[in-house]
Design a protein. Structure first.
Length: 454
């Protein structure tokens, strides 16, 4: 008869494994989950593929060879499997598709493969004609975000969040010039903006902000900002200056296009990136927080100001890319109910990021016109997961991402440390925010004042 003392060891081991799986999923996967999943995959690969309908009849020469050499039953063959490559979050494996198969067939069976092999998720990626890659994720990487150690970055590229397949989501302004970021209060929209802004702060990029909440979101980053407007009146003065800067850049490009006979091909350009480096102006990224504040009006005079600002924003969105000027528009809602020009401006914003929203209509505003199936995924975001979002673009692709936590103190410190990297743009000098000097530490004893309470 088994005593309680004899059962104590196995029960303690099971309890410890359950605790490690919950508290340290990466460690559990590396020690327990990975070997078990690999064993399941190798043992049941052929039968699982057959059950999922991913097998085909063997080639005629192969069937004849089996009949001639053995008396075995001729069975359908699965896709040829490549080498299994473990990772810290899962494993990767390539499949060579049989004739007549397509990547969509494997993607449609991803959920059944996930249950059969005991992993958290399976993502299918097309590598080349006839070859797909299965990326198996061992645990929920979005529950506790840890960015990959190796990150691809470059000019105007910022690894800003983690995808659900454990790869980094890189915001690339050269590929997706303008972006719309939507999210309700406490959804993580400000965290996304914070990570993006501090990532750009380390690059020679002009950062401009419009924050109509009196600057409470963007004012902590003032040392790195070249211009900041904190109310609609200031924004109405800043936007014409940006449009004038854009026109001056087009004049610079046009002057370069005075092409003489024999001009080398590399000197012919239609945007600033083809200009020589010593003549190329620095790119400008405009952050707009709570864009709805620019549309709201109460009087006839404010309506005229609104129409003028919206027209200038649409011009920047339509023409700014070639001049190296990019928009990052944030808000809680952004639809036709804001007024004239809202839908036209939204159509120019290629990238879409939708955090948790208060209603389905808001999700449709962000994703309905580019990826209708992503609307349901955005509506299913739980309130206890701030920073979780659905990202898509006009290609129709979409995925879930989550932004890592970055404290406001650390973000402000990064902007102070990189203030010297801000390029000089004389047209924006009148809008440069005031930055109070850092207090000088006293050499003698310091007396700490008691905080004033309300």
């Amino acid at each position: 008869m088994v005593t309680v003392a004899e059962l104590g060891g196995p029960l303690a081991a099971i309890g410890g494994a359950a605790y490690v799986r919950h508290a340290y999923p990466a460690a559990y996967w590396s020690t327990v989950g990975l070997p078990l999943s690999v064993a399941r995959l190798l043992a049941s690969y052929s039968s699982t593929m057959d059950a999922c309908g991913l097998t085909v009849q063997p080639a005629r020469w192969r069937a004849l060879a089996v009949r001639a050499t053995t008396r075995r039953e001729i069975r359908p063959v699965p896709p040829r499997r490549g080498m299994i490559r473990p990772t810290t979050t899962g494993l990767r494996m390539r499949l060579r598709l049989a004739p007549g198969q397509e990547p969509a067939d494997v993607a449609a069976s991803a959920e059944r493969l996930r249950h059969a092999w005991g992993v958290h998720a399976i993502h299918v990626r097309d590598i080349k004609p006839g070859v797909v890659e299965l990326r198996l994720v061992g645990f929920d990487v979005l529950r506790k975000v840890r960015m990959p150690r190796r990150l691809d970055s470059g000019p105007l590229q910022v690894p800003v969040a983690l995808r659900e397949d454990a790869t980094a989501f890189v915001r690339d302004y050269r590929t997706v010039p303008h972006e719309l970021v939507l999210g309700a209060t406490l959804s993580g929209k400000s965290m996304y903006l914070r990570n993006l802004l501090t990532g750009l702060a380390a690059q020679p990029v002009v950062l401009v902000g419009i924050d109509c909440k009196r600057g409470v979101e963007l004012a902590p980053f003032a040392p790195r900002l070249s211009a900041l407007a904190t109310d609609p009146d200031q924004a109405a003065e800043l936007l014409p200056a940006l449009v004038k800067e854009m026109e001056d850049r087009y004049d610079l490009i046009k002057a370069r296009q005075g092409i003489a006979p024999g001009t080398p091909k590399e000197l012919i350009t239609s945007d600033i990136w083809g200009l020589p480096e010593d003549e190329r102006p620095a790119p400008i990224v405009l952050f707009i927080d709570e864009v709805a504040e620019l549309f709201l009006v109460a009087t006839r005079k404010e309506e005229e100001r609104r129409d003028e600002m919206v027209t200038q924003l649409i011009r920047l969105a339509q023409l700014g890319r070639a001049a190296g000027m990019y928009l990052e528009v944030c808000g809680q809602r952004f639809g036709a109910e804001l007024g004239k020009g809202a839908t036209m401006l939204r159509a120019q914003l290629t990238g879409r990021v939708c955090h948790r929203v208060n209603d389905e209509a808001s999700a449709k505003m962000a994703l309905g016109d580019i990826a209708p199936e992503a609307v349901l995924a955005a509506c299913a975001i739980a309130p206890e997961l701030p920073g979780l979002a659905v990202v898509g673009d006009t290609s129709g692709g979409w995925s879930r991402i989550r932004t890592p936590y970055l404290s406001l103190t650390d973000a402000a410190a990064t902007c102070r440390a990189t203030a010297h990297l801000a390029p000089d743009v004389p047209a924006l000098d009148p809008f440069r925010p005031y930055v109070p000097p850092m207090p000088v530490e006293a050499s003698g004893p310091v007396t700490t004042a008691h905080p004033v309470t309300e």
